[in-house]
Design a protein around this ligand. Structure first.
Ligand code: ADP
Ligand code: MG
Length: 335
C-alpha cells in the first residue's frame, strides 16, 4: 500500500530540525536567518547565517526570529521555515508525496503565529499540517510511555525557554514555562566578563565558554579557558584566562530559575501521580540538558531520579515525527 510521507519539524528557538519517518533527521541547523535590509531578501539561513552573527556589513542583519521563545516576527519566521523546507524538499519529496507534517511550536506562540506557521508549511505542498505541544513531543521522543496513565515528567531546556511538563494518558496534566534557557546563560557570561575584566565578548564566544567549562554545580574540578575579546578601555583585542568556578557563578541565577520552574510544576502535580515521579523520576531534554553536571545537580536538589534523554538535542524532532500515530488521540485530549 502507498504510504504517506510523514514529516516532523521542531521549530526551536535555537535550532530547527526536520525529521522524516523513513530517513530520520534530514536537517539540523540554527534558527537564524540573514536578511538584506535594503532588499528585504533572505541572504542566508541556518549554519551559514549563524556564522555571520557579529561579522556582517551594516545592510545584512542576522536575525533569530524565535529568540525569546516567542515568534518575534512571524513573517521572518515563515520565510526562514520556507527556506529550510526548500533545502530539504527534494530529499524528502515534499511536493511529490504530499506529506503529513507535524510542527512543534514554542509554547508561547499565539494563534496568529501558529496560523502563520501552518500557512508557511501548507504552501510547501503538505497535505495536512498539525501542530503539537512541545512537552508531548519531547516525551514521545524520549521514549516515555505517554499514553499510559502514569506521570511522565519532561524538562526541556532550550535556547530561549525551559519547559516543564507532566504528561499522562496522552495529555498535558500540568506544565510550566520560563523564559530562561541557554541564551540567558550566554548573556550572563558576557555580562560577567564585561563587569569583571572590562572585556567585550560575542555571543558565539560566550556559548563556547558555556559548553567547554560551564557547570551546573559548584563542586567540580576547576578548569580554565583562554578567551579573546575587545578591551573596553584600550579598544584593542585582548586574551584572558577564565575559570569554570567563575562561569558557574555567572550561570547560577539562570539555573536556579529553571530549578524553580521544575519545583512549581512538581508541586502542582495531582497527588496520585506524585508517587510515579518518585519511582520514575524526570527526563531531561534540550541542549541545556547537556550542561556538565546538570543531571547530578537536579537530582540532588529535587531528590528524585533524573535521566538524560537518549538524544537531548533531537528528542523533540523525533517525537514530533513519531507523534502522528497519536495525533488524533492527542487532539481529543487537548480539546
Ligand atoms: P531550542 O529547542 O530552543 O531550539 P535546543 O534544545 O536546540 O533549543 O538547545 C539549544 C541550547 O542548548 C543553546 O543555548 C545551546 O548553547 C545549548 N547547548 C547545546 N549544547 C550544549 C552543551 N554541551 N552544554 C551546554 N549547553 C548546550
Ligand atoms: Mg526545543
Amino acid at each position: 500500500m502507498f504510504s504517506t510521507a510523514e514529516v516532523g519539524i521542531d521549530l526551536g528557538t535555537a535550532n530547527i530540525l526536520i525529521y522524516t519517518k523513513s530517513k530520520g533527521i534530514v536537517l539540523n541547523e540554527p534558527s537564524v536567518v540573514a536578511i538584506d535590509v535594503n532588499t528585504k531578501q533572505v541572504v542566508a539561513v541556518g549554519t551559514e547565517a549563524k556564522e555571520m552573527v557579529g561579522k556582517t556589513p551594516q545592510n545584512i542583519i542576522p536575525i533569530r526570529p524565535l529568540k525569546d521563545g516567542v515568534i518575534a516576527d512571524y513573517d521572518v519566521t515563515s520565510q526562514m521555515l520556507k527556506a529550510f523546507l526548500k533545502k530539504v524538499s527534494k530529499q524528502i519529496g515534499m511536493s511529490m508525496r504530499k506529506p503529513v507534517v507535524v510542527v512543534c511550536t514554542p509554547s508561547g506562540s499565539t494563534t496568529v503565529e501558529r496560523r502563520a506557521i501552518h500557512n508557511a508549511v501548507s504552501s510547501y505542498g503538505a497535505k495536512q499540517v498539525h501542530l503539537i505541544e512541545e512537552p508531548i513531543a519531547a516525551a514521545i521522543g524520549a521514549d516515555l510511555p505517554v499514553d499510559e496513565p502514569v506521570a511522565n515528567v519532561v524538562v526541556d531546556i532550550g535556547g530561549g525557554t525551559s519547559e516543564v511538563g507532566i504528561i499522562s494518558f496522552g495529555g498535558v496534566v500540568s506544565c510550566n514555562s520560563v523564559r530562561v534557557g541557554g541564551d540567558k546563560m550566554d548573556e550572563e557570561i558576557i555580562h560577567h566578563i564585561r563587569k569583571n575584566y572590562n572585556i567585550l565578548i560575542g555571543e558565539r564566544t560566550a556559548e563556547n565558554i558555556k559548553m567547554e567549562i560551564g557547570y551546573a554545580h559548584q563542586n567540580h574540578k576547576e578548569e580554565t579557558m583562554e578567551i579573546r575579546g575587545r578591551d573596553m578601555v584600550t579598544g584593542l583585542p585582548k586574551t584572558i584566562t577564565i575559570t569554570s568556578k567563575e562561569v558557574y557563578l555567572a550561570l547560577k541565577e539562570s539555573l536556579e530559575q529553571v530549578l524553580g520552574a521544575i519545583r512549581t510544576t512538581l508541586e502542582n502535580c495531582p497527588p496520585e501521580l506524585s508517587g510515579d515521579i518518585v519511582d520514575h523520576g524526570i527526563v531531561l531534554t534540550g541542549g541545556g540538558a547537556l550542561l556538565q553536571g546538570m543531571q547530578e545537580w537536579l537530582s540532588h536538589e529535587l531528590i528524585v531520579p533524573v535521566h538524560l534523554a537518549p538524544n537531548p538535542l533531537e528528542s523533540v524532532a523525533i517525537g514530533t515525527g513519531r507523534s502522528l500515530k497519536m495525533i488524533h488521540k492527542l487532539q481529543k485530549a487537548t480539546k
